[in-house]
Design a protein around this ligand. Sequence first.
Ligand code: FUB
Length: 327
Amino acid sequence: MKKMRYLVPGDYMADPSVHVFNGRVYIYPSHDWDSGAGENDNGDHFEMKDYHVFSTDDVMEGEVVDHGKVLDLQDIPWAGRQLWDCDVAEKDGKYYMYFPMKDKNDVFHIGVAVADRPEGPFIPLPDPMRGSYSIDPAVFKEGDDYFMYFGGLWGGQLQRYRDNKALEEPHLEPDDAPAIPSRVVRLSKDMLQFAEEPRPIVVLDPATGKPLTAGDNTRRFFEASWMHKYNGKYYFSYSTGDTHRLCYAIGDNPYGPFTYQGCILTPVVGWTTHHAIIEHKGKWYLFHHDCVPSGGKTWLRSLKVTELEYDADGRIITIEGGGTGDE
Ligand code: FUB
């Protein structure tokens, strides 16, 4: 049985984004709470309203420090509701938090908040990033460039956009059409805007060389993008949403295309699954969440970590999540 650790047993934290800054591991989760909102496919039950930051110098055994509340929805000028999965990037000693939130018209955009230290506090900009939409930003640094991966279906609103334009009618593609893709965009030098039009992330079927289809819901992208690099290859990983798996695909550069490889984590207890992968002190870790401590309440998720391993060919060894996918 693989060793798993719950990182914040006293509270409900989900959607981890994790980075090593100045040699220390910093964790940026969503902060779940029991708002009483009814559960639906729109995700109204995820009514989060603030962020905390956590840090540790030893992922499996060390003390996990709660740096307290670092950003509150009521301090964000364009706020409507729902602070979902955020991420943080460092450039020239400043820390940039990217967070998805619905505006006053209930449309998701991605905002930026800036801090002088990785543990915040983060000061929000008055407006969201121009041209931003949907959810789940994850930022990856490559040389002097920073790439943001983002997007999520259903409640994450990605089906409302095509070619970066809002559609009159949201479209979920027919089963045999290419799946709706995650997006990637290079950030501007000041880290506050997109430097280009977002591009689709294409995940190819290794057997046919063609994009995965919308009906292939045990393998196609749904939400929760993450990017990491291993042995010179780019590993794009994501949740399959309604089939509750974390999967990955490998490419030769940050834009892709990526070729589908397999499952990182089988379903956990709870509907959503979400993750971050980092290396620290020579070991690799998978941060994720499940709903075991809340007794299966899908809107009250708990942060977990376990070691992640590769085989000799660079394939990630699948980890059992402990759920069935039917919870
Ligand atoms: O936490 C709200 C949403 O649930 C996230 O944005 C998704 O990735 C899923 O984990």
